[in-house]
Each structure stands twice: as C-alpha cells, then as structure tokens.
Design a protein around this ligand. Structure first.
Ligand SMILES: Nc1nc2c(c(=O)[nH]1)N[C@H]1C(S)=C(S)[C@@H](COP(=O)(O)O)O[C@H]1N2
Ligand SMILES: [Mo]
Length: 213
C-alpha cells in the first residue's frame, strides 16, 4: 500500500486492526503528554503527585516554588533577618545603603517570571519589587552592567553579573515579594534578583550589595 498502512488480512476482521492501532495511538498520546509535562513549566506540583517521578524532583517549597538551597543550608538565617540589614549600592564614585524601608518606598513593579534550574525543573512565579535599574540610577552611573552579591559566604552561587541588557530591562527586579507575600527566607529574603532569560543559578538570593561594573 502506498500509504504504508498495514493491510488487514482477508481472514482478519477489520475491527481488530483498528483497535490495535487505537491502542498504539493511545500509548503515543500518553508518552507525548508526559514529555510535554516534563518540559513545561508550572508542572512541578503535578509531578510531585506522581510517585514514579517524585524522587527526582525538588520539594515544592514555601510560596509554591521549589527551593534549591534553603536559608539554613546557606547559613544566612541570622544575617538575612537582621533588622539592620541594608543593601549596599556601590557606584564608581558614590556608595549608598538602602534599608528595606527605603526599597519599599521606591516604585514597586510586578513581573511574572520563571525560575529555571539546570537540575531539571522550572516554575513560574509572580514577583514584586524594585527595578534594578532604578536602584543603580541612585548612584548616578551609566554602567556596563552590575554584579550582585549575596549575604551567603563560601558558595560559587553567591554572586552573579547582570549585563547591561538585562540591567536595562524593565522586568529585572530586586524582588521583595513572591506570589503575593513577603519573600520567604528560603526564596531569598530580604531581596533577591529576578531577571528574564537567565538560568536559575544567576537569580541570586539574599542580596547584600549591587556593584556597578
Ligand atoms: N545566594 C544564592 N543564590 C542562589 C542560589 C544559591 O545557592 N545561593 N541558588 C541558585 C539556583 S541554582 C537556583 S535554581 C535558584 C533557586 O531559587 P529558589 O530556591 O528561590 O527557587 O536560586 C539561585 N540563587
Ligand atoms: Mo539551580
């Protein structure tokens, strides 16, 4: 047959061929759905309920988003909750410190952006906070980019660079809230970076400073 379909034998009822093809198509559809689920964002909750796959996935943490490294594991529980916390903004000529209240007094913006971890999960979230470029503008530079630094010590994940394109992007925030609540400790309280199209590893948590490059 030119269309490559199996030809039912004369002695086999047509219906049995149709049924077996349907069965085959059912398997194809099911595996397609699984592939789609594994590659799509926002599926972590669904996968968690699938016992077969649960062992390979991170737990769904506070505020509905997985946590890769907790505040406790990063040894920032005390420094992150210190009421004297402030964000150091280091310009080329000027330096200033912004308290959490100072940041909250600035214009707040809402963005929807995923965290996409190379370990194989991606999850969308709503973030609210100040634009990174608004913070950098306070020290009056036209930077080539910035480096953000974490309160966390001794981890290669404690800093990341934000190039000028991401810095100028309206969606690049120093996030103070996640999914309608104050950022939880595990997600980077008091402030964390969130920026579009960067791997999760560069969405630095528990910020201590922003350094103009
Ligand atoms: N300071 C710091 N920031 C960090 C990390 C870290 O270990 N330390 N892990 C990164 C990685 S690998 C990912 S995937 C995201 C996870 O963010 P979440 O735990 O809020 O989901 O945070 C990033 N920011
Ligand atoms: Mo990650």
């Amino acid at each position: 047959m030119s269309n490559g379909e199996p030809t039912p034998g004369r002695d086999r009822p047509r219906a049995s061929t149709t049924l077996s093809r349907r069965g085959f198509l059912g398997v194809v559809a099911a595996s397609g759905a699984l592939t789609a689920a594994l590659t799509a964002g926002q599926t972590v909750q669904w996968l968690k309920s699938t016992a077969l796959l649960a062992a390979r996935l991170p737990g769904v943490g506070p505020q509905g988003l997985p946590v890769n490294v907790t505040a406790k594991a990063a040894a920032v529980l005390d420094v992150a909750q210190d009421p004297r916390w402030s964000l150091v903004v280091e310009g080329r000529d000027a330096q200033l410190e912004l308290s959490l209240d100072d940041l909250l007094d600035m214009e707040q913006h809402d963005v929807e952006l995923p965290i996409a971890c190379v370990e194989g999960w991606s999850s969308n979230a709503s973030w609210r906070g100040v634009r990174l470029k608004d913070v950098v503008a306070l020290v009056g530079d036209a930077p080539d980019g910035v480096r953000v630094e974490s309160l966390q010590q001794g981890s290669r994940y404690r800093t990341s660079e934000v190039d000028v394109n991401h810095l100028e992007d309206d969606l690049t925030l120093l996030a103070l809230e996640l999914n309608g609540e104050v950022l939880s400790l595990d997600h980077g309280y008091p402030a964390r970076l969130i920026s579009p199209g960067r791997p999760g590893v560069m969405q630095t948590k528990w910020l201590s400073s922003v350094v103009v490059l």
